[in-house]
Design a protein around this ligand. Structure first.
Ligand code: ASC
Length: 548
């Protein structure tokens, strides 16, 4: 509307005992809540978050997922890339413009803190007088998550130990911060099924009305399917972009993705209905039951259980319907941003599981990423050359690599080198999946790019063919996203303009996989970055700028 506003949020981050799935555990909260408060703003507004770290003995950093941070690369909240972590007792001010309408997220981006519960949603509305190209009566936000009972420290220690200790499947799934663990063998002080904190999430609907559900996932590991018993969902938005509407019975979501679906309360109004989330892509049949929530038709009682059995999710190991949902997501007419017809550079990224000195890692082109202790943004701007490896990482992999087998030589190297992109150039990224270190297994990896939206040019099965496959790219109405899956044994092709001066992470959004090295960093236009605020400094080689 007339004159953008400044939206100021004051947040205190601390540990508290919470029982989101009835099991009591230390969780990181914002102003006492997990998920934290939803940031509500209008396109063009400036969001200011004054974050006080009350974690006593732990640093923190928060990333604004899907916000491009144009002109404010120091507010991206990525520890080791764009800032030093925020010390206990300190108040750090994030300040950024929300320049696009749509559904976005925020979450911790330091160690494995995200899965301790530090996350929430950002909702950006259109300017006054502008309307979405679809109709709805009410707007609701639902964040899906998975939940572990071990602390992030125990998990991180296991991942970096010899022998390797995998995090395993989550104990629960959460629907907007609520799940249900089976407490039957535990004492009530540890796990109490009657704790109101783990009462199922309920969405009350008025018969006949249409709901815009902003459904997103911030799982640590799981790919999810979300379904509402007896109701179709019309997908209208993905990662802040309007899509050609399509109808689904269940919506697949990968960690870091946001969708809007329209649901009309057009079923028998005398009862309530289940809405469930369940794991796909990994076998959690015997470990993680689906999460249950209730669609409450007004005026039925909120806590009246639906008379039916909750719908089961789809078969966990069927990739075909997931690939077809990916292929169905196209930019809506009137909202198409045409991609450049060609790219200046093609970077092919082979995703593999590896071993380095007996440690389990993930790598890209056989380089397992490590974060430096001096954030790239500061090191680049101030030319602190010793702050990270100056050797650029590889842009391709051995063409003889058999993506269908366990690698004969799973060795890799570690590096914190980065990809330097020519400012304003067009870059193609081919994500190439492969077999993991488990025979006949290839996992799904959701890749998230900071600082940009990219065009999704295509998905394919098998090994990408640089001669043949680009001919099948969708250059007509590709969707723009910030997070995209690469399916098992498949490839995904992306294109983006390197037009946002800064240093930007690009990584698998599975918390354990990024921690194990599945990521990288791009730099572009560093000379155009303005004066860096000293509040992002104070660690590693940046201490020289903050000491008197
Ligand atoms: O990184 C991972 O390790 C395990 C398994 O490959 C070894 O335990 C798994 O499923 C991952 O995604």
């Amino acid at each position: 509307g007339e004159g953008a506003r400044v939206r100021v949020y004051k947040w205190e981050v601390k540990y508290e005992y919470k029982s989101p799935d009835c099991y009591k555990k230390l969780a990181i909260t914002i102003n006492g809540r997990t998920p934290g408060p939803t940031i509500v703003a209008q396109q063009g507004d400036t969001v200011v978050v004054e974050l006080t770290n009350s974690l006593l003995t732990e640093n923190v950093a928060i990333h604004w997922h899907g916000i491009r941070q144009i002109g404010t690369p120091w507010s991206d909240g990525t520890e080791g890339v764009t800032q030093c972590p925020i010390l206990p007792g300190d108040t750090f001010v994030y300040r950024f413009v929300v320049d696009r309408p749509g559904s976005y997220l925020y979450h911790a981006h330091y160690g494995m803190q995200r899965e301790a519960g530090l996350y929430g949603a950002i909702r950006v509305s259109l300017p006054d007088g502008e309307r979405e190209p679809y109709h709805y009566d009410y707007d609701r936000t639902i964040i899906l998550n998975d939940w572990y009972h071990k602390s992030a420290y125990e998990q991180a220690t296991g991942l970096s130990s010899k022998p390797f200790v995998w995090v395993g499947e989550p104990q629960s799934l959460l629907i907007h911060g609520r799940g249900r663990f089976n407490c039957s063998t535990m004492d009530a002080a540890t796990c109490n099924a009657t704790n109101p904190e783990c009462a199922p999430y309920t969405l009350t609907v008025v018969p006949g009305k249409t709901y815009r559900l902003r459904v997103s996932s911030l799982t640590a590991l799981s790919a999810l399917s979300f379904q509402i018993e007896g109701h179709n969902m019309t997908v209208v938005e993905a990662d802040g972009h309007n899509v050609v509407p399509f109808v689904v019975k269940n919506l697949f979501l990968y960690s870091g993705e946001t969708y809007s679906v329209l649901v009309t309360a057009d079923q028998d109004p005398s009862r309530n209905y289940w809405a469930t989330s369940s794991i796909v892509g990994r076998n959690a049949t015997f470990t993680t039951p689906p999460a249950l929530s209730v669609i409450n038709y007004y005026p039925n009682h909120l806590r009246r259980a639906p008379p039916t059995r909750p719908p089961a999710g789809p078969v966990w190991n069927d990739v075909a319907p997931r690939l077809s949902q990916s292929l169905a997501i196209k930019a809506r007419e009137g909202y198409i941003h045409a991609p450049p017809a060609a790219s200046d550079r093609v970077i092919v990224l082979l995703n593999t599981q590896n071993r380095i000195d007996g440690y389990m890692k993930w790598a890209v082109n056989n380089v397992s990423f490590t974060l430096p202790h001096t954030p790239y943004l500061i090191a680049l701007k101030h030319r602190l050359l010793g702050a990270f490896d100056q050797t650029p990482p590889p842009e391709n992999f051995d063409p003889a690599h058999d993506i269908y087998s366990v690698a004969k030589n799973p060795n890799a190297t570690t590096s914190n080198g980065l990809y330097r992109l020519e400012f304003n150039s067009t870059v193609d990224i081919i994500l190439q999946n492969a077999n993991s270190l488990t025979p006949n297994n290839s996992e799904t990896h959701p890749w998230h790019l900071h600082g940009h939206d990219f065009w999704v040019l295509g998905y394919g099965e098998g090994k990408f063919d640089i001669e043949k496959d680009p001919k099948s790219y969708n250059l007509v109405n590709p969707i723009m996203k910030n997070t995209v899956p690469v399916h098992p044994y498949g490839w995904t092709a992306l294109r983006f303009r390197a037009d946002n001066p800064g240093a930007w992470a690009f990584h698998c959004h599975i918390e354990a996989h990024f921690y194990m090295g599945m990521g990288l960093v791009f730099e572009e236009g560093i000379d155009r970055v303005g004066k860096l605020p000293s509040s992002i400094m104070g660690c590693g080689k940046t201490r020289q700028f903050t000491s008197p």
